[in-house]
Design a protein around this ligand. Structure first.
Ligand code: 5AD
Ligand code: SF4
Length: 464
């Protein structure tokens, strides 16, 4: 077996970060990342189970690998992530894909090196999935996707049990890391050149970390103020927030913490108070709208994004009209829209009045039209403005810079504003990882186009 690995990651940023950790552990064992799956000595699929589509894509990918095993290719096939926390999935893998070598879950990724060693030494197969998370394991290495920005877990799990959601079953109960551990990790990242951190948790607003110093509790905003002091870090983002736990203190932090980016992902899920009740979201449409108006009053330039599910069981045409109305009122910068998907073992699986697929699709299309209109309008307001952009990498768009083509030594780049707007522009590759000033020349529904008017030498303090 060759000492290379390839990871395919499905799902959210939490999963992406888990893959960075798996990658970091394999690097420490002397394995190298292979760009192609077909030559890799270890193939890993990190799965997501939030919607049925993700399940299907996993089994599709796994099916593609069967031939390689049948041809006697010597490689380790490993599967992990949220799907593995469900017994019926493990049963299916064992029955239909018995050639999988290692199955592990979300609570024991730190054990992966040991599992690999055992399987290689003893030429056997292993399934090791823990039902609940034990003590939080600190100090795991991570091989980051970007040099200049990093994901940082601040808590694990979720206690909310929204009735459609599988996450509380796959990621277990809420556990918060100690604030000092988080600060130490971010200090080390800053020393390694990281300028932007994305704090991760299923519900960061209920973060409660035990302080090492005096055993007291630090809440999420306490943590933000601590991170705000770390030298070298210039931007702080976080995800995800639950509207029911978003405090006045956090709104105030958007004003006071100068490094905290002015963008907020605040999943609403539905605009109907009755549907929200059956989803167990514990807020009403009016509560949510009041929260948005409080936020906008305190931080007028804040960009708001959301998640919305259409076709939750029992959603009537009137309920759906409430969702459209809410979107029209809020005017989101962008919204992720999902068709409701039945998840086995969740309360909503048993709800009567599941909505027929055609109605779901029709509502979905109507909703997308409304949210795209507000995205386009929000973006249009940027034209003519000069914004500060952290250059992430080469642009995925190949053309369309107002007819301009990159000149020699130049390339199409992309980055994000403080408000998380995607900006495409032309510049030198060396700018990747630094801040530039970009004048916005055109706006689309999902991105902005601009030209560089200045390089970064202004500090975060000058920005305000
Ligand atoms: N069906 C459709 N969408 C879902 N989400 C979570 N569970 C489901 C489901 N069963 C969506 C929610 C959540 C996002 C990450 O995925 O909108 O905020
Ligand atoms: Fe799922 Fe609700 Fe927890 Fe989010 S808050 S992970 S939607 S149960």
């Amino acid at each position: 077996m060759n000492k290379s690995y390839h990871i395919t990651t499905f799902g959210c940023q939490m999963n992406e970060h888990d893959s960075e950790i798996i990658s970091g552990m394999l690097s420490e064992l002397g394995y190298e990342e292979s760009k192609e799956r077909k030559n890799a000595g270890i193939v890993i699929i990190n799965t997501c189970s939030v919607r049925e589509n993700a399940d299907k894509r996993f089994f599709g990918t796994l099916g593609q690998l069967k031939r390689r095993k049948e041809e006697g290719d010597d490689f380790l096939m490993c599967v992990c992530g949220c799907m593995m926390q469900q017994q019926h999935i493990i049963d299916t893998i064992k029955q239909k894909y018995p050639w999988v070598d290692i199955i592990f879950g979300t609570h024991n990724i730190h054990e992966f090196p040991k599992l690999v060693e055992n399987v290689v030494a003893e030429k056997k197969k292993i399934t090791d999935v823990w039902e609940e998370g034990g003590e939080i394991i600190e100090g795991l290495p991570a091989r980051r996707l970007h040099k200049h920005k990093a994901f940082v877990n601040i808590m694990y799990g979720c206690n909310n049990f929204c009735t459609y959601c599988i996450v509380p079953y796959t990621r277990g109960r809420e556990r918060s890391r100690k604030p000092e551990e988080i600060v130490r990790e971010i200090q080390a990242l800053a020393e390694d050149g990281v300028k932007e951190v994305m704090l991760l948790g299923q519900n960061v607003n209920s973060y409660r970390g035990l302080r090492e110093s005096d055993g007291s509790i630090a809440d999420f905003t306490d943590l933000l103020y601590m991170i705000n002091e770390i030298e070298g870090i210039e931007r702080i983002r976080f995800m995800t927030s639950h509207p029911k736990d978003l405090s006045e203190k956090l709104i105030e932090a958007f004003v006071q913490c100068r490094k905290l980016c002015k963008s907020l992902h605040l999943p609403v899920q539905s605009g109907s108070s009755e549907v929200l009740r059956r989803m167990n979201r514990r807020y009403t449409k009016e509560d949510y709208l009041a929260l948005v108006s409080k936020l906008r009053q305190a931080v007028p330039e804040i960009a708001l994004t959301t998640d919305i599910i259409v076709g939750f069981p029992g959603e009537s045409e009137e309920d759906f009209a409430e969702t459209l109305d809410l979107c029209q009122k809020v005017q989101y910068d962008s919204a992720f829209t999902f068709l409701y998907s039945i998840r086995r073992g969740t309360p909503a699986e048993k709800y009567e009045d599941q909505i027929p697929e055609e109605i779901k699709h029709c509502r979905f299309n109507r909703l997308v039209e409304v949210v795209n209109a507000s995205s386009a309008q929000k973006n249009a307001a940027y034209v003519g403005r000069v914004v500060r952009v952290l250059v992430d990498g080469e642009s995925k768009r190949e053309r369309g810079y107002g007819g301009e083509k990159p000149g020699s030594g130049m390339t199409a780049l992309a980055g994000r504003t403080d408000t998380f707007k995607l900006v495409n522009f032309i510049g030198a590759k060396e700018l990747i990882g630094s801040f530039v000033e970009v004048e916005i020349t055109a706006a689309n529904t999902f991105s902005l186009t601009g030209k560089i008017v200045g390089k970064e030498n202004f500090s975060v303090a000058d920005k305000k």
